[in-house]
Structures are given as C-alpha cells and as structure tokens.
Design a protein. Structure first.
Length: 242
C-alpha cells in the first residue's frame, strides 16, 4: 500500500494534499479527500491506476469538491462520515467502521473538533493514518465546529497510536506551525531542530508530510498540551498568530 500525493501543479489549491493510495495486489486505488477531481484523475491515469474508492475525512469543499466528477469518471465508491453532508456518499462511516483496499483494512475513528463529524482512517498493520484536518505536522486544525475538549481528546487519540505510525494530513502548513511552536516552547530543542529542517525542505520545494506520531509527540504544541485549558489557550493564540 503506497500513498502518493495526487495534487500535481495546475490544481486550484496550493497547499492541499490529495492522497492516492494504490494496492498492487488487488489493483485497487483510493483517493483521500479529493477537493478537486482533475489533478487526481490525471495523476492516476499517468500511473495506470483507476480510482475505485473515495474516502472523505470531513465535508469541507477542499476535501470533497472532486467527489462527483471522480465518481462519474470512474464509478468509484464514496465513503465518508455519517454525521456530515458528503457529496455522492455511498457508504456512511462512523466509529468502528472499516474501509478496505484489497487485503488492507482501515479502521475508522471519530475525531471531532475541526468539524463535528470528522473521522480519521487508521491502517494499524501498515502504520498509516489519514487524519484530514485534525492533526497537522506541528499543528492542528482550527475549531470550526467542535469544542476544545473534543479536539484535545481527538489529538490525544491520534498521539496514542504507535510512534512509527505515519500521519498523512491534508495540508502543507508545517512551516507556519513550526514558527508558532517555537514561540510556545522556546526551550524545546526538538522543535528548533525540526523547524530548521522544515525551512530547508520548503526552500527546496519539498514536502514535509507525512509526519509520524513520534515526531508529533516531541514537537507538536497541541499534542503536547497537558490539559484542555492549555490546549484551548494555545489554539486561540495560534488563531491570531496566523
Ligand atoms: Zn477542513
């Protein structure tokens, strides 16, 4: 199972990751959070893959905008959160649901906060998780619908996965997140080192995603908040930090 960024130059979004997941054995291909159809259809075709599954983590347009066009082009099945309005949804997902790609099984958990019905999809055996806009490298999603309590718990659940789990988030926000993290914990050497590395990667036009659970435990000030109040204060500070 190999996740690849399907968001090629020419897309309408500059910082969204649209993950294509391909299973060699069964030939199945999933796309996670296709905000736009054209770039993922083009990338799948370039690789000789046909998209058979669409998995949405939440309803926002930059995650679901390509659903219907992908479905009409490929007949893909669309799976998304039960509690949200998902264009073209065939399968409603909630806590404990499963998605499959060949023999790979993804376990659904509910991670409310950014939106109320937001889900994450965890491939435990493969140590891969698709986390949408809940956890970003060195950051987390804004609280558009949920409460700090909900988001804090959601982040703690993701941070409780095995340390080598690769987290595929939906945006390239790491540089801005890292700058903020360095102001929250100025004495944290792991944050300083990672920020320096992220600057080099971004200067070279390279991606900083996926991240890992282990890296986030060391460098993510939201994951590292010791209680809800501290988390809520940091989230409010980040909203005005930019
Ligand atoms: Zn969103």
């Amino acid at each position: 199972m190999t996740p690849r960024d399907g968001n090629r130059p020419g897309t309408s979004f500059s910082d969204n990751y649209l993950w294509l997941v391909h299973d060699e054995e069964s030939g199945g291909t999933a796309v996670v959070d296709p905000g736009d159809a054209a770039p993922v259809l083009a990338e799948a075709e370039r690789r000789g893959w046909t998209i058979s599954e669409v998995w949405n983590t939440h309803w926002h347009g930059d995650h679901t905008g390509g659903n219907l066009a992908i479905k009409s082009a490929t007949g893909a099945r669309i799976s998304g959160p039960l509690a949200e309005n998902i264009p073209g949804r065939d399968v409603a997902l909630c806590e404990g649901s499963e998605v499959r790609l060949g023999k790979h099984v993804g376990r659904v958990i509910e991670v409310p906060g950014h939106t109320l019905g937001h889900i994450a999809i965890l491939f435990d055996e493969e140590r891969v998780a698709f986390v949408g806009d809940t956890l970003f490298a060195m950051g987390c999603g804004r609280l558009f619908e949920g409460t700090p309590e909900q988001m804090y718990r959601s982040l703690q659940r993701l941070a409780g996965l095995p340390a080598d789990t690769r987290l595929y988030c939906a945006h390239e926000y790491t540089l801005a997140n890292g700058r903020f993290a360095a102001t929250v914990e100025p004495g944290n050497q792991a944050i300083a080192d990672r920020l320096s590395n992220v600057r080099h990667l971004r200067d070279a036009g390279r991606s900083t995603v996926p991240t890992t659970v282990g890296e986030e435990r060391e460098t993510n000030p939201f994951v590292r908040s010791t209680n809800v109040e501290e988390f809520a204060r940091r989230r409010a500070e980040k909203d005005s930090f930019g």
